[in-house]
Design a protein. Structure first.
Length: 167
């Protein structure tokens, strides 16, 4: 497996990856198939991130295919909170519990100080116990619960706020 920064050339594969991901039953990401951006929109997103000194998008590749992705970006250029980064990550079902998420997280944590990020926060579905366990093993702690934050059909689900300070 290879972990590297995403490039605009990955846009087509990232859109295909997202389409596969949202088709998984019980997926724990707040995205539906009709909300996936076009390849051109994804190319612009990736290009904007790659130009930012305070953001990164990583992809995990297995046999040349995207099997995971992670984005980390400073929440604001304002000095009072520019040290805080928000993290989002997903891994394809076929590659979960095989170290992909751990490697993506390690790469992001290693990169963060170069962007002035000293605190990483993330949000995770409260039902996503495997991801929560991964984040805990990676040094993230529970900081809160957002009740009914995610709407899935007619149901309202909780998510957890987790954070980690970097050395």
């Amino acid at each position: 497996m290879d972990i590297r920064e995403a490039t605009a050339a990955d846009a087509t594969n990232l859109v295909a990856y997202l389409k596969e991901l949202v088709a998984e039953p019980g997926i724990c990401i707040p995205l539906t198939s009709d909300e996936i951006v076009t390849v051109e929109q994804e190319r612009k997103i990736v290009d904007d991130i790659s130009r930012s000194p305070s953001a990164i998008m990583l992809v995990a590749l297995a046999d040349g295919q995207i099997v995971g992705e992670l984005s980390l970006k400073s929440i604001s250029p304002r000095r009072a909170v520019s040290h805080v980064g928000t993290l989002g990550m997903s891994v394809k079902a076929s590659h979960r519990r095989k170290g992909v998420g751990r490697e993506l997280l390690e790469a992001a944590v290693q990169w963060a100080p170069s962007a002035g990020i000293k605190r990483i926060e993330l949000y995770v579905y409260a039902r996503n116990t495997p991801a929560i366990a991964l984040y805990e093993r990676s040094g993230f702690t529970h900081e809160g619960r957002r009740r009914g934050f995610i709407r899935e059909g007619d149901a309202y689900l909780d998510d957890l706020v987790m954070g980690r300070w970097l050395p």
